[in-house]
Design a protein around this ligand. Structure first.
Ligand code: ATP
Ligand code: MG
Length: 563
């Protein structure tokens, strides 16, 4: 692994690293460590995949080993090159490199086929001509053993001939399958003569129409690991019962590699779905704008929303790996995003719902430039200037005509600070004929330039503001959770009925300080008092579009304290 590969938290310990440490110490694989990240290119990567990426590439980094990127593209029907490309972009963005080790299971189709012939020749696989229903019915149940297929005793010669003709296209889809000959009475259903190959006339996104038989995942995966000389094949818990089959195939298919499968608990996040099938449905049914909708738990969605790769890696590291299923609070992910952005995002001013403020004693047409720090704790981020003029905008809810006791912002007769500029006092409230407030008439104190009074006078409120004539108008998109319930789709619920109708709020005419006019897509800011924001890819030269990444409020730490 290249030295620039990020290591944010140093070398950690977990049960998988312990297994690998023990294996290398006892000389397994001559101390070599080789992992892989094996996505099926049938969707975009999500936060669960990010955990797997951080784990596999992280282990390679920590042990001086390698991690391959392998596309598990054995199912021609659901896979697509769009996904292949997005997956590469996402792994790279997360900060990991596969160097030149990018592989496709479909590149192994010849080798996998040869392994199948080896199994047939060894009497360990046979062509079954029962139909799918009979195969299913004869498989038995958890309590009942399976029943041998009438074709199970075919000779090696007959099996070889039939299997070659399956490949040659002599038979219709579904006419035959190739099955491993293991044990129809095994208590582990995965060992009851699992199907290895089926006939399927489908176009593959890489191999085209070269094949009309395709290997099953349970067959292709262990053998792809063996072909690549993977040492530790890390996967999620649902494959634990498949491990005996994994080991059987690795031992019998005639390949030299001896990978070891290790399972860990998949990442589950509350208020979030991490099923590719369901994420695809959100996209195709138009519940979101696409795979990269900022409300999606996809890596591309999180990137567009303004999450940083550092925050996601930190999250993956901190939650660690477990052997038992658990549910992680999505607030914890947001906590790491906030923590990272607090460090790296420059501050800026934006007013989401503008209220006009006229400074009556500031000369008409005059402009002053006040200087503000880009970061309160990091001088290296420098300063910028902001124009101050007679007409400003402040946030509508920073003014109340009849304020309750604990309201310290602007009110009639009240003095507050405009951050980095001056103290102002509200003199008059202007309303339209319906009684709605349209403008405040205020006075500023020229002696308070920079935001402090030389006479030591204090104010309780500090407001953000922008100069009306200089402001950049922007569309700001505010996000809430995509789902209203902690565990969407649990039980028999249709998860699409649990979508939060208020998950996207569009603020059409926010006002930004002018320095943001030139900000590139993806640039992140903290807007004072409003949260962290990122410039969206929908921005054009004439219109700025901004996503709120997270609010400033740390709901996770709060619930922790309460708990
Ligand atoms: P599918 O049901 O479509 O196979 P999948 O989530 O398993 O979905 P893959 O593309 O096969 O998707 O996953 C690639 C890798 O990411 C696998 O090694 C898988 O174990 C891992 N992975 C997927 N989801 C999670 C998750 N929620 N937490 C941790 N690892 C995950
Ligand atoms: Mg999978």
């Amino acid at each position: 692994m290249a030295p620039e590969t990020p290591s944010d938290t140093g070398v950690r310990q977990d049960f998988i690293r312990e297994i690998i440490t023990a294996d290398t110490a006892s000389g397994h694989h001559a101390g070599r460590v080789a992992t892989r990240f094996p996505p099926e290119p049938n969707g975009y990567l999500h936060i669960g995949h990010a955990k797997s990426i951080c784990l596999n590439f992280g282990i390679a980094r920590d042990f001086g080993g390698t991690c391959n990127l392998r596309f598990d593209d054995t199912n021609p029907v659901t896979e697509d090159t769009e996904y292949v490309e997005s997956i590469q972009a996402d792994v790279r963005w997360l900060g990991f490199s596969w160097d030149d080790r990018i592989y496709y299971a479909s590149d192994y189709f010849d080798q996998l086929y040869a392994c199948a012939e080896t199994l047939v020749a060894r009497g360990l696989a046979y062509v079954d001509s029962q139909d799918a229903d009979a195969i299913r019915a004869n498989r038995g149940t958890l309590k009942e053993p399976g029943i041998d297929s009438p074709y199970r005793t075919r000779s090696v010669e007959e099996n070889l001939d039939l299997f070659r003709r399956m490949r040659a296209g002599d038979f219709a889809d579904g006419a035959h399958v190739l099955r491993a000959k293991i044990d129809m009475r095994s208590p582990n259903i995965n060992l009851r003569d699992p199907i290895l190959y089926r006939i399927r006339r489908a176009h593959h996104h890489r191999t085209g129409d070269a094949w009309c038989i395709y290997p099953m995942y349970d067959y292709a995966h262990p053998l792809s690991d063996a072909i690549e000389r993977i040492t530790h094949s890390i996967c999620t818990l649902e494959f634990e019962d498949h491990r005996p089959l994994y080991d059987w195939l690795v031992a019998n298919a005639g390949l030299p590699g001896r990978p070891r499968q290790v399972e860990f608990a998949r990442l589950n996040l509350n208020y979030t779905i991490t099923s590719k099938r369901r994420l695809l449905q959100l996209v195709t049914d138009g519940h979101v704008s696409g795979w990269d909708d900022p409300r999606m738990p996809t890596i591309s969605g999180m990137r567009r929303r303004g999450f940083t790769p550092e925050a996601i890696r930190r999250f993956a590291d901190e939650i660690g790996v477990a052997k038992r299923e658990n549910i992680v609070d999505v607030g914890l992910l947001e906590f790491f995003v906030r923590e990272d952005l607090n460090r790296r995002a420059p501050r800026a001013m934006a007013v989401l719902r503008p209220l006009r403020v006229v400074i009556e004693n500031f000369p008409e047409g005059a402009v002053e430039h006040v200087t503000l720090a880009n970061h309160p704790d990091d001088e290296s981020m420098g300063t910028r200037t902001m124009p101050f003029s007679r007409v400003l905008y402040i946030e509508r809810d920073d003014f109340l005509e009849d304020p309750p006791k604990k309201f310290f912002r602007l009110a009639p007769g009240r003095e507050v600070r405009l951050r980095g500029a001056y103290f102002i006092t509200c003199r008059e409230v202007i309303k339209d004929t319906d009684g709605a407030i349209v403008e405040l008439r205020c006075a500023y104190d020229p002696a308070t330039r920079g935001g402090d009074a030389p006479d030591g006078r204090k104010v309780k409120g500090t407001l953000h503001w922008v100069s009306a004539a200089h402001a950049v108008t922007a569309e700001v998109r505010l996000y809430d959770r995509l789902f209203n319930v902690e565990n969407p789709g649990a039980g028999d619920e249709d998860f699409t009925t649990q979508i939060n109708p208020a998950s996207l709020e569009v603020v059409p005419d926010a006002k930004l300080e002018p320095s943001l006019a030139e900000a590139a897509v993806g640039t992140r800011f903290q807007f004072e008092r409003l949260g962290y924001f990122a410039i969206d890819a929908d921005s054009t030269t004439s219109r700025v579009v901004i996503n709120r990444t997270v609010t400033l409020k740390d709901t996770w730490a709060k619930t922790e304290r309460r708990g």
